[in-house]
Design a binder for this molecule. Structure first.
Ligand SMILES: [Zn+2]
Length: 92
């Protein structure tokens, strides 16, 4: 089941790659995993339509440890991966 992109701005730590988005410009519809991501500032990245390059969404790259743990508990792959890596580096 695909989840519709819930808002224009969301956390980069969410499972956004599995969300479906529709471009208001060219009507492209697909998963945000297919969108072109672009670096804006250290804090914000943007996602663009793969067809016409219109900006589809903004992502907040900053998240506190608490937020990451919370998102991992809700199934975000990015957050789970990050926590796993943190765990691994701690052991070294
Ligand atoms: Zn488009």
């Amino acid at each position: 089941m695909t989840i519709k992109q819930p808002s224009y701005m969301f956390s980069a730590w969410e499972n956004y790659k599995q969300w479906e988005s529709t471009c208001p410009e060219c009507n492209w519809t697909g998963l945000l995993a297919q969108a072109v991501s672009d670096y804006e500032t250290p804090m914000v990245s943007s996602l663009h339509c793969p067809k016409c390059d219109r900006k589809l969404a903004l992502m907040n790259n900053q998240a506190s440890q608490e937020e990451i743990v919370d998102l991992a508990a809700r199934g975000s792959q990015q957050a789970i991966h990050h926590l796993k890596r943190q765990e691994e580096t701690k052991d070294q």
